[in-house]
Design a protein around this ligand. Structure first.
Ligand code: HEC
Length: 161
């Protein structure tokens, strides 16, 4: 019985982290720092998110940022592509051939920042894979509730106009 547990526990732990090699996540973080951090900050707090959202609601560009913060990007894409494989495919393709048509960001992101440059075109496949996996596993914030409440607030503000 004990032996069975010893054999099972590592498998369970691995299943929880989706079998991803920590070295790949480290590499992904390096790729993020070198290629993405100039526009995407790593993490916006709830307060920063709400401030930016208020700006957007009143038609102003969010301050001090050039792109949506990565924790929001990650959460937003997971709403459309919750599965790891689909998520990674989406990100690899998007950074190589970005377009408003296939993007899942809030329309305001395009309005204020424009479409992102096809930065993935100069990157090698393994770096793209690593950064996409990093983006998937780096964050576990649950933003569904926040997004939903903000949408309701937005509707209320707009119906008063
Ligand atoms: C020059 C600035 C810039 C750089 C560098 C940049 N991005 Fe972006 N990114 C943006 C902007 C602006 C948006 C929002 C508009 C859009 O989605 O195209 C965005 C959106 C995204 C999205 C959301 C796509 C969607 O559904 O709309 C992903 C994913 C993303 N970026 C990943 C990356 C990764 C990974 C890197 C680094 C390898 C990177 N970006 C580098 C500016 C940038």
């Amino acid at each position: 019985m004990r032996l069975l547990l010893i054999l099972l526990i590592p498998t369970l732990l691995l299943a929880g982290s989706g079998n991803v090699d920590p070295e790949i996540l480290k590499r992904g973080y390096r790729v993020y720092q070198e290629n993405c951090s100039i526009c995407h900050t790593e993490k916006a707090t709830l307060w920063e998110f709400l401030k930016a959202r208020l700006n957007v609601l009143s038609g102003r560009r969010p301050e001090n940022i050039d792109a949506p913060p990565m924790n929001l990007v990650s959460a937003r894409i997971k709403e459309f592509y919750p599965n790891e494989l689909e998520f990674v495919e989406f990100v690899k393709d998007y950074i190589t051939h970005p377009s408003k048509k296939k993007g899942v960001c809030q329309p305001a992101a395009y309005a204020f920042f424009g479409t992102m440059p096809p930065i993935g075109q100069g990157m090698d496949e393994e770096d793209k894979e690593a950064v996409a996996l990093w983006l998937y596993y780096r964050y576990s914030d649950i933003w569904h509730d926040v997004f939903k409440r903000v949408k309701e607030l937005q509707k209320r503000v707009q119906s008063k106009k």
